[in-house]
Design a protein. Sequence first.
Length: 230
Amino acid sequence: MTRLFALARRALPLGALLLASCASMHFPFSGGGWQPLFDGTSLSAWRGYHSQEMPKGWLIEQGVLVKRGTAADIMTRETFGDFELEFEWRIQQGGNAGIFYRATEEYDKIYWSGTEYQLLDDPNAPDGRTRLTSAGAAYGLYPAAEGALKPAGEWQKSRIVVKNNHVEHWLNGVKVTEYALWSDDWKAKVKASKFAKYPNYGLAKRGAIGIQGDHNGMLSLRNIRIRPLN
């Protein structure tokens, strides 16, 4: 602890010190090309899927983006091509949600165009029975490695890297899956999946970041930031 901080600590009441400490720990968005998508105070970067307004059911509570029940999916107002995305999330026992990337609005559902990074309580949700739909997986296409997920109710930290056709999914500091978009292997997996009926699934080279709201249950997110790579 520096002498300056020690002096400040003696001068400030405990409540002010706690607030200052929390402010220093959260939302380190400046520098390095990072930009906030959610900084704990505003939802101006977001809108509803197929809507210019934020749908009901999404709230800011004590610096956290919260959805308690079923709500419409949301997406960023800005689109991104190559990027690095980081966020923290917490889900209730048995919970299910997802983050979409390079999503478009050409279909009725956001997940018919954008790949999904699965958010899940693996031990207590039906999708956790297979690694193809477990937490961190590229939903239905590429499985996530086991062992990185914390118990439901704890904060998880995720990272998605998309550069040209190379994609990485990270969970709590572990790279749980990676794949090559538009490769022969990817095409074969899409053809064998439920996404085969949507001809433009995963083909967009630029699109929105989306958050799934149409599953029931509580989802919390914080410290959502993105760094464009192009």
